[in-house]
Design a binder for this molecule. Sequence first.
Ligand SMILES: NC(=O)c1ccc[n+]([C@@H]2O[C@H](COP(=O)([O-])OP(=O)(O)OC[C@H]3O[C@@H](n4cnc5c(N)ncnc54)[C@H](O)[C@@H]3O)[C@@H](O)[C@H]2O)c1
Length: 277
Amino acid sequence: MPVDWLDLTGRVAIVTAGSAHGGIGHATAIELAKAGADLFVCDIDSVGVQQTAREVETLGRRCTAVTCDMGHADAIIAMFDDFDRAYDRVDILINNCGLGTRYRPEELPLEEWRKIVRINLEGTWVCTQQVGRRMIAAGRGGAIVSISSIAGSSALGRGNFVYSVTKAGIIQFTRELAVEWAPYGIRVNAIQPAQTMTQAMTNMLNDPQLDPKTLTARFLRGIPLDRIGEPEDIARAALFLASDGASFITGHTLPVDGGNLALNAGGSKLWPMEDAR
Ligand SMILES: NC(=O)c1ccc[n+]([C@@H]2O[C@H](COP(=O)([O-])OP(=O)(O)OC[C@H]3O[C@@H](n4cnc5c(N)ncnc54)[C@H](O)[C@@H]3O)[C@@H](O)[C@H]2O)c1
């Protein structure tokens, strides 16, 4: 461990949607385990989440893996019975689970709107409430980190409407809870990734309705650091926000986006006018 304020030895962390077949949740579980945390990981993908548990155990940490659909509040609440059987403390929650869908807003079916809101907002809240209650009762404080998106504060278009609305919701969720739970020493922060190379991104690039070259070029035009993100970029920011190194940071949403949100849509990383022609 290079610096002691990143050391999570003795802490217990929950990561949602942490299957080894997923991107950011899996990478975050691994980074937290490398920093010394024991893990409780859930995902709808039972095979992938067991794989994550094996990887965490290989790092010498404990890991309980459970199958849970974050779109079902009752299943999330029931999952905490499993949690209480496995651990007697919780220090960190990584709210990673979040799904997208693409429809023109005027064609978006109500059921699809409800599904995305249920998973991205209701599921996140139900899980966070369970964790918050346990942290408050224990009186040791804690850290909650939720994965929003650049789409939470700038529009993506291309049918991402309900996804973006939920990701904006995560930012205000973060501010409100940071204020409500500060008296208990519970810090609440969020991360806004830009396009990150995970299965969700691969699926988008394989969508027959979209041309992967054009789409990648469009993404990169908006990223001054000129690359797509890697899951570890997000995972390391989550580790920092979960650690004592961030002990005076709460209510904050951190872009991890290669400069995407710094760049005005009418601006350009090219000089002087190469892309204006
Ligand atoms: N990849 C990106 O470009 C990007 C950009 C910004 C924000 N994000 C956000 O990061 C988070 C993780 O995204 P990712 O790209 O790593 O995803 P991913 O597609 O790599 O993995 C998603 C995981 O979620 C699990 N999952 C799906 N539905 C579930 C459900 N109902 N209940 C429980 N688990 C479920 C899947 O099994 C999978 O393990 C999401 O909140 C996403 O919105 C991703």
